[in-house]
Ligand binder design. Structure first.
Ligand code: GLN
Length: 197
């Protein structure tokens, strides 16, 4: 059985764990560097990217995790987690940093502030429709050629990617963990399984 880590420094950790449980996946929360050992993939939850970036440093996780991601550890970031994986953050705080695992520029709160939160159906081509919960969500405003766009959303100004993948790194603007739909997590788990084959 493969083990998926859920970075548990801040954010909606329990919801990701519940989704992994629903899928029958083995999981482990990660708060300390030694808990990274032997993981087959890692989820970076939604929450607050400035806080997560700060706690990654104070917990000592930043460096070992950076190394694992460069070596190809499958990672999946939702919302704040996507911000942590982006190569460029617009409207970020000056002291926030990221893993730059996805060649995308994201605008923090690019769909509006808390009050502008919304839910909308998101079509994952060939796989079905998932409920997309957007809460102070980052908007992907630029993306490189190496980025596969898996799903998009038109917020009134054209389609923008909301679920992307580049190699073993996955990012999602919305929060699949906040609904009972498991499709997005299952795509990541399938890819992780594939990578280990
Ligand atoms: N806007 C938040 C941030 O910058 C992300 C919001 C979320 O994860 N729901 O981290």
């Amino acid at each position: 059985m493969r083990t998926v880590g859920v970075l548990a420094l801040q954010g909606d950790v329990r919801e990701h764990v519940a989704t992994l449980e629903n899928l029958g996946a083995a999981w482990r929360t990660v708060r300390r560097p030694e808990e990274l050992e032997g993981l087959d993939g890692l989820i970076i939850p939604g929450g607050e990217s400035t806080t997560i970036s700060h706690l990654l440093v104070t917990s000592g996780l930043r460096e070992p995790l950076e190394k694992l991601i460069v070596e190809g550890l499958p990672v999946f970031g939702t919302c704040a987690g996507l911000i942590m994986l982006a190569s460029e953050v617009i409207d970020g705080r000056s002291d926030q940093w990221g893993f730059a695992a996805l060649d995308v520029a994201v605008r923090r709160n690019g769909y509006g502030r808390q009050i502008a939160s919304f839910e909308t159906p998101i079509v994952v081509e060939g796989r079905g429709t998932v409920p997309g919960v957007f809460i102070r969500a980052p908007r992907i405003v630029h993306w490189g050629d190496g980025v596969s766009v898996i799903a998009t959303h038109d917020h009134g100004d054209g389609e923008h990617p909301v679920l992307v993948r580049q190699g073993s790194a996955w990012g999602c603007s919305f929060h699949p963990e906040l609904t009972s739909d498991v499709l997005v997590h299952s795509l990541f788990l399938d890819a992780l399984q594939e990578a280990l084959r």
